[in-house]
Structure formats: structure tokens, C-alpha cells
Design a protein around this ligand. Structure first.
Ligand SMILES: C=C(O[C@@H]1C=C(C(=O)O)C=C[C@H]1O)C(=O)O
Length: 247
């Protein structure tokens, strides 16, 4: 039987989900695992080189067919820490926003918040690889993932996009979810879901396996990121997909 091509995000936030996946022999026999940054994983799922991906939810409208195949996601109930608008000046002085090329969800979340919540209208620019060096003066930037945790040490103004979304809507936010572009066998989905949960029940071990000095990973995995795809998170997701039509 052909292997199921699975794509996962290369950031620290995905380590708790991958912990059990890479330890499940039964799963690894069925799976070819690819790890890359989120916008790449989304493009691969849309093109069909993946069957399942932990994809940015903003890419969902690009898929002809999609199925959420797991109860786990990369979400947040309040401040997420690793998805922020970083700036040297306060919000009302920002003239230009550089948008992280590795993101599909957060750059659109920032557009939604600028328009409907903060009600300001700076210029937006899709950024290139070295964009973090250009976050200065009245030029701000949306940065995601591990690089955002680093950027926290450099930027005086940090606007957490999940916290702002929560204040705007009263709902949690889903950044990425395990989405398949075709129906997959029930037996695989069950095994896959169970494997996702293993690391979440062993966060101490996941932290120990990933030495990191920039940010406390107990806080990051245990408080900032919220991994369960609950009914309220699904409501947050639906609301975001609605607003996405008009950005
Ligand atoms: C919370 C995060 O969520 C991520 C944000 C994504 C996006 O903006 O497209 C995609 C996948 C997630 O890993 C993060 O990476 O910091």
C-alpha cells in the first residue's frame, strides 16, 4: 500500500504533537513525514504532494476537498507569544507592515485585526527572508514561530495577535490544524489522533528533549499554545474563515 504523506510544521510549537508520532512504529509504517515551515506545508497539500498537513487554516479555502482529521491543533485561548506584530513605535504610528513569508494564517489575522479591531490602515508588504532586519522606525512586522520568540527580545512594542483576537471576538483562535485533502482510513485517523496526544501528556519530556533558552517552553507548551481543537475553537475558526473573505 502507498504511504500516507504527512506534513508537519518545523517550529517548536509542533514538538508536543510530533513526540508521539515519531515514536509510533505502527504509524511510521504507514507514513512518510515531511517537516517544513507552515506556508510550504500548505502549498504542498494544495498541490497534492501531501495527503495530510498541519496547515495554516487560512489555506483551507484553496482546497477543493478538506477534512479535519484530528482533535489537536495549534491554537490559543489568549496570548500565544509566538504570533505578534512587532514594532519600534506604538500602533497608531505604524506606517508599514511586513508580512512573514512563512505564514498564511497570522498575516491574514493581522489584516483582519488592523481593519476591524484596531481600525488603522498601514501599507502591507509580503516580506522576504531577511525581513526581520527591516522592522525599524515606522515599519512593523508580523513574525511567527521560533523567530517570533527571538523577536520578543528585540522589539519594544509587541502586539500579540491571539490576545487581540480574543479581545475582539471573545473566542479562541486556531492557527493550524491537521487537514487531509481526501478521505483517509478511519484506522489511520484513530492511530494518528492517539499519537498526537502522547506528547501532550508528557510535556516535561518534550521540554527536556528541546533545550531552549530564549523562552520558557513550559509556559509556551502549557499556557500559550492550546492544542485541543474544542467546539469553541471551531467557532473561532468559522468566524475567522468568514472574515477572511473580506481581507
Ligand atoms: C502559533 C503559531 O502558529 C502557526 C502559525 C501559522 C501561520 O501563521 O500561518 C501556521 C502554523 C502555526 O504553526 C506559530 O507558529 O507561532
Amino acid at each position: 500500500m502507498d504511504k500516507i504523506n504527512v506534513g508537519a510544521v518545523s517550529y517548536l510549537n509542533t514538538k508536543p504533537l510530533l513526540y508521539g508520532i515519531v515514536r509510533s512504529k505502527a504509524l511510521l509504517e504507514q507514513v512518510e513525514l515531511v517537516i517544513d515551515y507552515p506556508s510550504k506545508i500548505a502549498d504542498m497539500l494544495v498541490q497534492g504532494s501531501l495527503d495530510v498537513g498541519l496547515i495554516p487554516v487560512a489555506a483551507i479555502p484553496q482546497l477543493k476537498e478538506w477534512h479535519i482529521i484530528s482533535d489537536y491543533c495549534i491554537g490559543a485561548e489568549s496570548a500565544v507569544a509566538s504570533v505578534c506584530l512587532f514594532s519600534e513605535v506604538p500602533l497608531d504610528k505604524i506606517e508599514r507592515v511586513l508580512l512573514d513569508y512563512q505564514s498564511k494564517t497570522s498575516v491574514n489575522l493581522c489584516k483582519v485585526l488592523l481593519k476591524h479591531y484596531w481600525k488603522i490602515n498601514p501599507a502591507m508588504e509580503d516580506a522576504k527572508e531577511d525581513f526581520r532586519e527591516h522592522i525599524q522606525g515606522t515599519t512593523a512586522g508580523v513574525v511567527i514561530g521560533d523567530r517570533a520568540l527571538e523577536q520578543r527580545l528585540a522589539s519594544p512594542y509587541i502586539y500579540d495577535l491571539a490576545a487581540a483576537w480574543q479581545q475582539f471576538t471573545g473566542l479562541p483562535f486556531v492557527f493550524a490544524a491537521w487537514i487531509a485533502n481526501k478521505k483517509l482510513p478511519e484506522s489511520f485517523c484513530k492511530l494518528f489522533n492517539e499519537a498526537n496526544a502522547v506528547g501532550l501528556n508528557e510535556l516535561e519530556k518534550v521540554v527536556a528533549e528541546n533545550p531552549y533558552t530564549i523562552y520558557d517552553l513550559h509556559t509556551y507548551f502549557g499556557k500559550n499554545i492550546s492544542y485541543r481543537l474544542t467546539e469553541t475553537k471551531k467557532r473561532g475558526l468559522e468566524k475567522f474563515l468568514q472574515l477572511l473573505k473580506y481581507v
